[in-house]
Design a binder for this molecule. Structure first.
Ligand code: AMP
Ligand code: MG
Length: 525
């Protein structure tokens, strides 16, 4: 197994002088060298051929013992020095101080086909940033990360990727719902890859400590490596960089809203500087369309990270990043202008995205109202977001709604969780909306067939519904990985019709409504 090692982060930036693997505050350094914990009985569960190809690995490589050892931390690739990054973060709106890679260990960076990738093990043991935790990850959360990062990629949403999922052979103690019921679970490790794992929090930590030298070194490194259109070491370059991060973050959030993805923990330490979806913890997909929904029970009280609030939180997080960059720029007006541009651009981008979901290729001044009204009717009774939008593309322009002929009873029927609640009043509201939509469609020049194509390209048929992930986990816990293989495969073509996977295009079953892991998730992982 030969990789083209090309380190930049740990060759350009200052290291922690202390090489002991003990919990501590780390100053004036971007990372600490640390070795992964040796797994007691490593076993590969699943790998992604497509991710392997990105870094120049073949199928044969994936079957080798050296690959297993590499991605479980059993062995360190020659001439590389693994490390954990130092970062801080705002958690649930409050500054939390130093956090850092408490259970992620960066192996090295590789260059392949002119692309640069960093490899990171998640769950490979303690680091100086582990605080009072164990640095490990359990199988259930590792499956969720492995599947979801790939699901996001194939949904065309920018994200970190997952190369492999393996068992370590170690047992890990977790209290799943934080209610005093600790139990041992199977330990696992994911090897994830991304052009960089730098987060907003990597910048915040140095700003919070007035360590402008290290902050500057990190910003210049990030620009040089990842933002070639910005000029390092110049005020304008820093502003351009911030503008690019703002644009990328906006794009990522719009895509989340499009597919109904709720990240669950949008703390600034979970915000990638590259606008990648990162750190798959208590995330979930909307089943019933609901702006107030969050899968994260830890956030139940204020629902800070609820679906409808993600765009605001992204902006709040960008504001924290702007504060962190301020010492290098010292121009509050210019930074504010960029933040304001997010506020201006978001509604425009959202409108464009929603038009696409509705198959509208032309613009009409009433579209905004049409969309607002849709969001209201979608929330009148529990309505499955994925099914509703996907099936809407089957509505012919010439459809005539009559008391005996309603899309609610035909094309859209499967999207409603409680059809008994579609009473006269609700039905009337739906029909008013659908009637407006049909009239609006008359102004489109597209055929029904073409509109369907356009809509099906942005409204996925298959997403990683929370209960599907849980079924995979339940099987895998018993050592059966068939469903894991199937779902990984299915999620590669989320926009295609896949008759062999049709059974996963259904509403969440009732048994999953209140089941832990399906609708309730904590940060325990
Ligand atoms: P998260 O909520 O997963 O984004 O984690 C927040 C912080 O806690 C990060 O600094 C993580 O590295 C750290 N962390 C989470 N779980 C563990 C763990 N089991 N061991 C050590 N650090 C952890
Ligand atoms: Mg995190």
């Amino acid at each position: 197994m030969k990789l083209n090692i090309s380190n930049t982060f740990n060759t350009n930036l200052p290291a922690d002088a202390n090489s002991k693997n003990e919990t501590r505050k780390v100053f004036n350094a971007c990372y600490s060298n640390v070795l992964p914990k040796t797994p007691s009985n490593p076993k590969l569960i699943h790998t992604s051929n497509n991710v392997a190809a990105l870094i120049g690995l073949t199928k044969d490589n994936l079957n080798s013992t050296s690959f297993l050892n590499l991605v479980t931390g059993a062995f360190v690739y020659p001439n590389t020095t693994p490390y954990a990054m130092c970062y801080g973060g705002h958690q649930f709106g409050n500054w939390a101080g130093q956090l850092g890679d408490g259970r992620a260990i960066n192996l090295f960076e590789v260059e392949h086909k002119n692309k640069h990738w960093a490899l990171q093990l998640k769950g490979a043991g303690e680091t100086p940033y582990s605080r009072n935790a164990d640095g490990l990850a359990v199988l259930r959360s590792s499956i969720r990360e492995h599947l979801c990062s790939e699901a996001m990629h194939y949904l065309n949403i920018s994200t970190t990727r997952s190369l492999s999922l393996a068992l370590t052979g170690n047992q890990v103690l977790r209290d799943v719902m934080y209610n005093g019921n600790s139990a041992y679970e199977k330990g696992a490790v994911v090897c994830r890859i991304a052009p960089s794992f730098i987060r907003f929090g990597n910048f915040e930590i140095f700003a919070s400590r007035n360590d402008t030298n290290t902050l500057k070194a990190l910003v210049n490194h990030t620009i040089t490596q990842h933002f070639p259109n910005s000029k390092a070491n110049t005020k304008q370059g820093y502003l351009d960089f911030f503008k690019s991060v703002t644009n990328r973050t906006l794009k990522m959030v719009i895509d989340w809203q499009r597919v109904g993805f709720v990240h669950g923990v949008m703390n600034t330490d979970n915000m990638s500087i590259l606008g990648l979806t990162i750190d798959f913890g208590p995330y979930g997909w909307l089943e019933g369309y609901d702006h107030n929904w969050t899968p994260n029970t830890t956030d139940n009280q204020y629902k800070r990270y609820r679906y409808g609030n993600q765009p605001n939180i992204a902006l709040w997080n960008l504001l924290q990043l702007a504060n962190a960059l301020y010492p290098l720029i010292e121009d509050a007006k210019a930074l504010e202008a960029i933040l304001n541009s997010y506020n201006d651009a978001y509604p425009i981008a959202y409108l464009k995205m929603m038009r696409a979901k509705l198959g509208l290729t032309t613009t009409d001044t009433a579209d905004q109202d049409l969309i607002n009204e849709l969001e209201t009717v979608l929330q009148l009774t529990e309505t499955d977001m994925t099914i509703w939008f996907r099936n809407l593309s089957n509505l012919p322009k010439a459809y005539k709604i009559t008391p005996n002929n309603s899309p609610l009873k035909t094309i859209l029927k499967d999207a409603f969780y409680t059809p008994e609640k579609l009473n006269n009043e609700v039905t009337k509201k739906w029909h008013i909306w659908l009637q407006k939509y049909l009239i609006r469609l008359q102004r489109e020049h597209n055929s029904d067939g073409n509109r369907k194509k356009i809509m099906d390209a942005v409204n996925p048929k298959y997403v990683l519904r929370n209960y599907i992930a849980q079924l995979v986990i339940d099987q895998a816990d018993k050592g059966n990985y068939n469903l894991l293989n199937d779902i990984h495969d299915m999620l590669k073509k989320p926009y295609d019709e896949q008759p062999n996977y049709e059974k996963w295009f259904t509403k969440r079953p009732e048994w999953a409504r209140h089941k832990v892991g399906c609708s309730m998730l904590s940060c325990s992982s």
